[in-house]
Design a protein. Structure first.
Length: 100
């Protein structure tokens, strides 16, 4: 899984500044905010689902949630960041009914 964020954040999910740079962050044809791109390998979904003992659907949901959090400025390089991001992932997956 790879995520390529387009938005630069002062802090995770802080979108206050994006309207100041409409040409950088919004699609000129649709007006939609562009967060970035996500690339997920089907082979990796299958491999990790087996490795962690859950369904491929749950693994895909995890990778999408994880990637979306990266596109919203979250990271897991430091312990504090990691704890926040992991809790957000868990909340998203639980809310949507994706369990191990």
């Amino acid at each position: 899984m790879l995520s390529f964020p387009l938005v630069d954040y002062e802090s995770p999910s802080d979108f206050d500044h994006v309207e100041e740079a409409v040409e950088d962050y919004f699609n000129p044809e649709t007006g939609e905010l562009m967060l970035g791109d996500i690339v997920i390998s089907v082979d990796k979904v299958e491999e990790q689902a087996e490795k962690y003992g859950h369904s491929q659907t749950r693994e895909l949901a995890f990778l999408v949630a994880h990637s979306m959090l990266h596109l919203c400025g979250y990271d897991h390089m430091e312990d504090g960041e990691r704890a926040v991001m992991e809790q957000r992932q868990a909340d998203i997956l639980e809310t949507r009914g994706y369990v191990r």
